[in-house]
Design a protein around this ligand. Structure first.
Ligand code: HEC
Ligand code: HEC
Ligand code: HEC
Ligand code: HEC
Ligand code: HEC
Ligand code: HEC
Ligand code: HEC
Length: 288
């Protein structure tokens, strides 16, 4: 086990009113680490409502190897090292007199054996082959990949035919790790999706403007309890943008049309309805 979550009071001190506070636990961190046999730990602190939820993540381990710092990696991987300062994860680089300036090693693990050997593939971790390292820090994302509908990401030593890796959508070494550069443009974000899902690219005569907001307004990129990675399973997916209006008894208007009869028949994209939800060549109401 490599990760421990504890809920502790936001304010470590005692005595302000609320009887629900847990007692202060000075050695909790040490205790937790000893029980899992972890000697060093990266503690990332996430603040949530009223409590501090500390997620302690064991740094990646390679038996017999030690952390050596980025300058060493840069000797051989100069191109990656040169651009790394712009990467989202460069912010995680350990800095200060006691730190080695390890940024690369937060994902690749301690590099001494690899460096001494002048390279190699069995002495360094590569999250392109196994994203467990990423998921140890990104617990929320890990849980999404366990849901019913998910992108088939290669995990651990499983071999998945046609499987994806995190780097199909996320750039680890340069610029924002968010698809589309982390900006607001949904269209830029969509490029990451359309490189594999050509069918949704169009061209359409009648495009659905929702796509301009990004595929992720309707699909969770990682996983969902709903089929086809949808963020909602019924009309509520569509009603976030298309308002319904009660216009008299038995008259429910959506987009100017009475939908009261239709809503009970299934989802908005059920056959016979807006099947061409991404865009259509023939139907302005996205029916086929
Ligand atoms: C002395 C030169 C040298 C140093 C220093 C070095 N590497 Fe490498 N590295 C290599 C070579 C050569 C390869 C290609 C190995 C191969 O393909 O057989 C490589 C491959 C890799 C790979 C790909 C492994 C794979 O699974 O294909 C990663 C990741 C990597 N290095 C990370 C690092 C990191 C992180 C550091 C610093 C801690 C580092 N390297 C330091 C020479 C070096
Ligand atoms: C956010 C995690 C992360 C960090 C930090 C990181 N890498 Fe990587 N690295 C990856 C992933 C993921 C891959 C696999 C890329 C792929 O398969 O497309 C990779 C692949 C590599 C490779 C193999 C060659 C390649 O391009 O696929 C080398 C070498 C490498 N990294 C070196 C470095 C160096 C040097 C640093 C620091 C300057 C660094 N990495 C920082 C995640 C990271
Ligand atoms: C050591 C823990 C750690 C590891 C390992 C790690 N991340 Fe992260 N990642 C973080 C933290 C912390 C942030 C938030 C950075 C910030 O906002 O300053 C982050 C941010 C991100 C973001 C959002 C970037 C942004 O600009 O907001 C993405 C996407 C991401 N990580 C993907 C990955 C992928 C893919 C891997 C593996 C290749 C990975 N992470 C490995 C800790 C980690
Ligand atoms: C099919 C493409 C795709 C794959 C594969 C993918 N992601 Fe993402 N990821 C996205 C998109 C799109 C976003 C949302 C970006 C935004 O909101 O700007 C995202 C967001 C994130 C974030 C930011 C936090 C959040 O939930 O918004 C993290 C962290 C992250 N991904 C980690 C990972 C890791 C780790 C993997 C591999 C195990 C992975 N992703 C695989 C597309 C993908
Ligand atoms: C590297 C290729 C690749 C990228 C990039 C990619 N996908 Fe996928 N996607 C797949 C594969 C492979 C499947 C699984 C197909 C299957 O099971 O038939 C899939 C499945 C899906 C499904 C579910 C289809 C079904 O029938 O259940 C949706 C929805 C989807 N992707 C949306 C997206 C979105 C949105 C993005 C961008 C954030 C994206 N994809 C990026 C390869 C990719
Ligand atoms: C307005 C919401 C919405 C947006 C935006 C959206 N989708 Fe979808 N998508 C859906 C719905 C609903 C379905 C399910 C259709 C069905 O089951 O017939 C779907 C299904 C899919 C499928 C599975 C197709 C199949 O034949 O099973 C893929 C792949 C997909 N979308 C990719 C994308 C991509 C890529 C984007 C961005 C370019 C995108 N979607 C944007 C709502 C949306
Ligand atoms: C992110 C917001 C958004 C979401 C979510 C969304 N739409 Fe749209 N949709 C739009 C916009 C914007 C237009 C163009 C303006 C208009 O006609 O209202 C549009 C147009 C349409 C049209 C064409 C209307 C016409 O006659 O011109 C249909 C049909 C439609 N959407 C159906 C759906 C369905 C079905 C869903 C759910 C799967 C959905 N929309 C989800 C934003 C959205």
């Amino acid at each position: 086990m490599s990760c421990i979550q504890e809920r502790v009071p936001c304010d470590g001190r005692d005595g302000s009113g609320s009887g629900r506070r847990e007692p202060a636990r000075p050695g909790w961190l040490k205790g937790a680490l000893v029980t899992t046999g972890v000697l060093g730990a990266v503690a990332s602190v996430l603040v949530s409502c009223g409590t501090l939820s500390r997620t302690v993540v064991a740094p990646p381990q390679i038996p017999g190897a030690e952390y050596i710092g980025d300058e060493d990696c840069a000797m051989c991987h100069d191109v990656i090292a040169e651009h790394f300062a712009t990467a989202s994860h460069a912010r995680l680089t350990a800095k200060g007199d006691n730190a080695l300036g390890s940024g690369c090693e937060t994902c690749h693990g301690p590099g001494s054996l690899h460096s001494d050997a002048g390279g190699g593939t069995d002495n360094i971790l590569n999250p392109g082959k196994d994203p467990t390292i990423c998921l140890n820090c990104h617990l929320e994302v890990r849980s999404r990949f366990m849901l019913r509908s998910k992108h088939p990401v290669v995990m651990g030593h499983d071999v998945i035919q046609g499987g994806l890796t995190c780097t199909d959508c996320h750039s680890p070494h340069e610029g924002s790790a968010r698809p589309g550069g982390g900006g607001l443009s949904g269209l830029a974000r969509n490029d990451a999706c359309l490189s594999c899902h050509e069918a949704q690219r169009g061209p359409y005569v009648f495009e659905h403007e929702a796509l301009r907001e990004g595929c992720d307004v309707c699909h969770d990129p990682h996983g969902s309890v709903n089929e086809k990675l949808l963020v909602a399973r019924n009309a509520s997916l569509c009603l976030r943008c298309h308002f319904q209006q009660q216009a008299g008894p038995g008259v429910v208007l959506i987009g100017g049309q009475n939908h009261s009869e239709f809503l009970s028949r299934g989802t908005c994209w059920t056959s016979g309805c807006h099947e061409a939800v991404h865009g259509s060549r023939v139907s302005s109401s996205l029916r086929y």
